[in-house]
Ligand binder design. Sequence first.
Ligand code: R1P
Ligand code: MN
Ligand code: MN
Length: 403
Amino acid sequence: MTRAFLIVIDSVGCGGAPDADRFFNGTTPDTGANTLAHIAQACAAGKAEEGRSGPLRLPVMDSLGLGAAIRLASGDATPGLAAEPQGLWGAASEVSPGKDTPSGHWELAGVPVPWDWTYFPDKEKSFPPDLVAEAARAAGADGILGNCHASGTVIVNELGAEHVRTGKPICYTSADSVFQIACHEEAFGLQRLYDLCKALAPTLHNMRVGRVIARPFVGDAASGFTRTTNRKDFALAPPSPTLCDWVQGAGRTVHGVGKIGDIFSMQGIDDVVKGSDAELMKHLKRLVEEAEEGSLTFANFVEFDSLYGHRRDVSGYARALEWFDRELGTILPRLRAGDMLVVTADHGNDPTWIGTDHTRERVPVLVAGKGAGEAGLVAFTDIAASVADHLGVPPQGKGRSFL
Ligand SMILES: O=P(O)(O)O[C@H]1O[C@H](CO)[C@@H](O)[C@H]1O
Ligand SMILES: [Mn+2]
Ligand SMILES: [Mn+2]
């Protein structure tokens, strides 16, 4: 038996999505967005010099086929990424009607989303009055704050002091199908925030809103408010059994690392570890040493997206990529004979693009442990089929193994 490690580097897209013109940041279509190529180009042009310098250096992922995957997906130039691929590589397209995290992960796990999500309009009062009333009632408050599209780091600083003073939860949304609630960890209480999200989740899930997200923060008006890592997502369950269920159903163990437990509502997942990306990397390394034969380890590294993509921070995104690449370089030699490790992504979030939302893109597919070769342009669901194929677990759904 062999093991599989499926690693999602959140939002690290490679451009070229065939349907990018149907997805938007504000009124601008995502046509031409390319997270990786645009970061590489900015680095080569000396425009990403904060905390790092010069051309983008990703020798480990590039030697698996990263530069080749970006060029295949989009035709865009990839300065600094010019290695001859030594891994199995390709680029994958998504068909789900959303460019959000659950859609991307479920489809990577073999299950495209069969419904249209509900999105809240980007206008002065984004939420319907009865939802506002229910949220206020559940919070034991006179009303809510926010009720708009917002960047989470900005809105806690705009409304944090008023929230602490009044006890009203800060409720906001984005271009994703989300209802986010930001509350002060100490003044409001972390468990109380989780309970509030949990109480509202059934109403929102019935409306086909994908996630209610607890966004706890700390701080004060004088020194500023900052979010903690205690974010928690209350996500709608996947519409049908995913790769996690297939693997678990075959009597194998499925380890979740990071947001994976939330994204799949723990369905098909035996255990999960959470923390910052640096902490998650330590857990991933531990699992490379310890994971059982026949098991699946499914990891999500979210900070590319949450700290750098949404914040349109090109230098930060490049630093995170270079950090991940160095870490991956220490993991690959630790794999056992017969292990398969896949690095891929769930959508794009081009930090050079207009707006602050995700971008519809293809994603790179980099496979270590399966020899060298070109998988070509594949489907998100082919990744699930390939992992199942590797583990010797019967796949369900439409994906085809590229092994
Ligand atoms: O601005 P913050 O709060 O990070 O929100 C981002 O995180 C949400 C969930 O991933 C996205 O919908 C996006 O709006
Ligand atoms: Mn994501
Ligand atoms: Mn995001």
